[in-house]
Design a protein around this ligand. Structure first.
Ligand code: IMP
Length: 199
């Protein structure tokens, strides 16, 4: 592998997404080897922004010679809910199914369905020093009901503006390689990869 990254997450879906985004964006299956810290990896996310929480997660990873450290913090910001659940997306309800039910209930009867996913990423060097910070977004709207089984989190109720096929509406109805070209995580990771390519 040309580059090695320890990705500070306990979320296997995110790890798989980073691998696929990197494959798609670089066209090179050997560009980055991603590993994750020993579980449990559960730092206290008490920052007041996505950027601060991604730095907290990155700094919770033990530096290792020859490895970059990367962490992300992400969430769903709904316009009609004044940006909620936002930073608290992971803690909005106990299970993902309950989170979606709660969101659909809160949005019931609401005409303004605009929402966006946000992903902040922080890249550290192998001494734990900050190299680069960036964010990515994915604009869209909240569906009236669930559709699709791919992906994770709020994917079954998020309809991105950018889509290749009008039949496919939610992120969870898309094949992973389409989500991984247009998602907030893809838009952030592309900038991280460009930074690594240029440095
Ligand atoms: P965190 O970034 O691990 O703190 O978690 C953010 C939360 O936002 C997740 O638990 C999901 O509920 C939601 N989320 C973040 N990214 C996505 C995504 O790509 N699809 C669906 N839900 C997401």
């Amino acid at each position: 592998m040309k580059h090695k990254i320890i990705f500070g997450t306990g979320n296997a879906h995110k790890l798989e997404e980073l691998r696929e985004i990197t494959r798609i964006f670089t066209g090179d299956t050997n560009f980055i080897e991603f590993t994750t810290p020993e579980p449990p990896f559960d730092p206290i996310e008490n920052g007041s922004t996505f950027e601060e929480n991604s730095l907290i997660k990155a700094q919770a990873v033990k530096p290792q010679n020859g490895y970059y450290i990367l962490a992300d913090d992400s969430g769903l910001c709904v316009e009609a809910l004044d940006g909620r659940p936002g930073l608290y997306s992971a803690r909005y309800a106990p299970s993902q199914d309950e989170k979606i039910s709660k969101l659909l209930t809160e949005m019931h009867g609401n005409q303004n369905r605009r929402a966006k996913f946000v992903c902040a990423m922080t890249l550290l060097n192998d001494k734990g020093e900050i190299l680069f910070k960036t964010t990515g977004e994915c604009q869209g709207k909240i569906a009236l009901s669930r559709a699709g089984t791919n992906g994770f989190g709020f994917d079954p109720v998020f309809i991105p503006d950018e889509k290749q096929n009008e039949e496919i509406k939610t992120l969870a109805q898309m094949p992973s390689d389409i989500k991984n070209q247009i998602s907030h995580r893809a838009n952030a990771l592309k900038k991280i990869i460009t930074f690594i390519q240029n440095n």
